[in-house]
Design a protein around this ligand. Structure first.
Ligand SMILES: NC(=O)c1ccc[n+]([C@@H]2O[C@H](COP(=O)([O-])OP(=O)(O)OC[C@H]3O[C@@H](n4cnc5c(N)ncnc54)[C@H](O)[C@@H]3O)[C@@H](O)[C@H]2O)c1
Length: 243
């Protein structure tokens, strides 16, 4: 049985929900945050009686993000792990996008992580203990047509995470990324069925990842077997990318 409290963002989405379920069953206390009040209610009902707390917040709003962390601390005590699952993308060519779309993409996929991490990191530094896992994407490593700015932000999260890992290794903190490939969630399955069929063909294991495949890697990176690992990016994509 593992102990400690996880603060998870984007926790009511497809990968987030599987991650919450996995970490609760691993024995962690989980503070689940998301912008969707309704999805958090469903999550809370599903895990009634377990060590789950929920906080609704728009994490692209700095004050709301910092308050969500404080609220999580008030409910669950010190935060030992931060798992950033929050993310969003649409699919269209860059030339058809406008700056409002870019700002939304940048805010959800990068800025929200800065606010939450900036609020949590000092307590980890003080205790010289803590693990941060940022869910990025294979798109942040190899690019993805139709998702140019999203891919740029996922690449930014990777470089930022590696920098934080170097900066905070002296305090014994572990900071790593997961890079999901196509995963069976509403966000991914909203795409054109022909596109989905082509993608499945390109995956060596010939299937999308299940949200639980992503949760398993996050569980490993929270757990004690990853104590000597920092600054790494783990693809969970059935071999779609091999870099
Ligand atoms: N599904 C995939 O195929 C896939 C592939 C690669 C990477 N990813 C990444 O995995 C992560 C999870 O993706 P998913 O497929 O579960 O998506 P999802 O849309 O199901 O979950 C994302 C969650 O983030 C929440 N969120 C969005 N904006 C928010 C905001 N402003 N404040 C707070 N919460 C907000 C949403 O409400 C949602 O619950 C994302 O970072 C995504 O980029 C997913």
């Amino acid at each position: 049985m593992t102990h400690g409290t996880v603060f998870a963002t984007g926790a009511a989405g497809g990968i987030g929900e599987a991650t919450v379920a996995r970490l609760l069953s691993d024995g962690y206390t989980v503070v689940a945050t998301d912008i969707s009040h309704d999805a958090l209610e469903v999550l809370a009902k599903r895990h009634a009686g377990q060590k789950l707390h929920t906080v609704q917040a728009d994490l692209t709003d700095e004050a709301a993000a910092r308050n969500a962390v404080r609220e999580g601390r008030r409910m669950a005590g010190q935060i030992d792990y931060l798992v950033n699952v929050i993310g969003w993308f649409g699919t269209q060519p860059f030339v058809r996008e406008d700056s409002a779309y870019w700002r939304k993409t940048i805010a959800i996929n990068f800025e929200a992580l800065l606010y939450v991490t900036h609020e949590i990191l000092p307590e980890m530094i003080e205790r010289k203990k803590g693990k941060i896992i940022n869910v990025t994407s294979d798109a942040g490593k190899v690019g993805q047509s139709g998702e140019a700015v999203y891919s740029g932000m996922k690449g930014a999260v990777i470089a930022w995470s590696k920098s934080l890992a170097r900066e905070n290794a002296r305090y014994g903190l572990n900071i790593n990324c997961t890079a999901p490939g196509p995963t069976e969630t509403a966000l991914e399955l909203a795409q054109d069925p022909d596109v989905i069929a082509r993608v499945v063909k390109a995956i060596p294991f010939r299937r999308f990842a299940k949200p639980s495949d992503q949760a398993a890697m996050i569980s490993f990176l929270c757990g004690p077997d990853s104590d000597f690992i920092t600054g790494q990016v783990y693809s969970v994509s059935g071999g779609l990318t091999m870099i």
